[in-house]
Design a protein around this ligand. Sequence first.
Ligand SMILES: [Zn+2]
Length: 480
Amino acid sequence: MDTHDYKGTLNLPRTSFPMKASLSLREPELLAFWERERVYEKALANRKGGRPFILHDGPPYANGDIHMGHALNKLLKDMVVKYKTMRGFYSPFVPGWDCHGLPVEHQLMKELKVRKHQIDRARFREKARDYALRFVDVQQFKRLGIFGDWERPYLTLDPAYQAAIIGCFGRMYLDGYVYRGMKPIHWCPACETALAEAEVEYDDHTSPSVYVAFEAVSGIEKALPGARGASLLIWTTTPWTLPANRAVAVRPEFEYAAVRMKGRLLVVARELAGRVADELGEPAPEVMGVCRGRDLEGAVAAHPLTGDGSPVVLSNHVTLEQGTGLVHIAPGHGDEDYQIGLKYGLEIFAPVDGRGAFTKAAGRFAGMRVEEANRPIVDELRGSGALLLSREIAHSYPHCWRCRRPVIFRATEQWFIGVDRRDLRRRALEEAEKPPGSPSGGAAGSPACWSRGPTGASRASATGGCRSPCSTAPAAASRF
Ligand SMILES: [Zn+2]
């Protein structure tokens, strides 16, 4: 067979462009070229006087090597900034680093192999500062080809940055936005710290499941004829929150029935009566009377541990998915409980310290850790006849993302920024809605963040020094 050199007969493109990408070699060359030619600075100089488009960089923590999430985040931002620059906008990009907070502390503690209280605070802050600066210096984002002012990033530990935040905070304080109050938050007793919503992971956990009768003291008979001498039946998987009980919640539109079970008269949601009877090992109960939840509002039951009055309150959080349709409310130990507490003026009571142990305010349970206190509390309820059933259930429960231990809800004294005071929330949302390119457009933080919740809790419980005292006021902070 003849052999022909067909290659010579093809009209192939002639190019100096290499056939192989060899990215690991080419990229550094390209980046060096951009840097040598000051391409970012020149592009910016060309757009001087153009309409500004400022992308505010939500900074990553300076606590370690970057990961794929960081890469994706910065690359998307870079595309937007480069695109806007090509469209004629003046679009400088100032990258930032969050040098404070638990992610930095946690990594440092791992490196030092110490726990929080094993090290002097001032010394720890110095080390945390050095640690954060070390990762600012690594400059891994530059390697991704991100254009920006990498020599002058904004650092949350920069005194000028902190001074601006303090100045803004001072203005908010003088204008009456800042106040102190109690609010429950996710708390890790092992790490002794507050956890943000995103730092909580749900995992299987075995908890006690208890049915507890709250003896009605007043108002019940009027609302529910035939309920003379009845008790309100609640179900909980956290008996340790019972010392902090301040109310019993029902749903206004649900039907509640007085039924006979375990030789006593109990009030439960009518729809759940059969299921509760099954659970308690009782036959289908006889219904002695029925009313709506809203009729029960204002009735008072006796706290099963202290005998204090525990009023019936209304809440739309109550569901028929599990339990009895009556919910024990501890405003210091639950988010919904807290909302109800605010509405009804209940005490935001949380007699639990940072290590998850009961304080003196918990009386005879003082000193016990909450998980150890479940048993004596259940024993006491059994002794007084208030306990109708106690067993264990496996369910999904919040855990700390760092130590993987179960977390608790615990009210702590916190500083708040009253975002509903003086119309601040509406004004911030309006700012956030302004089109990108306007001086403050898009600078007001996430609209979702401003839309939810009654207040923003400012978070300053970290050891690693003063984070922004108004970390929930991104609008004000990013204006400077
Ligand atoms: Zn933890």
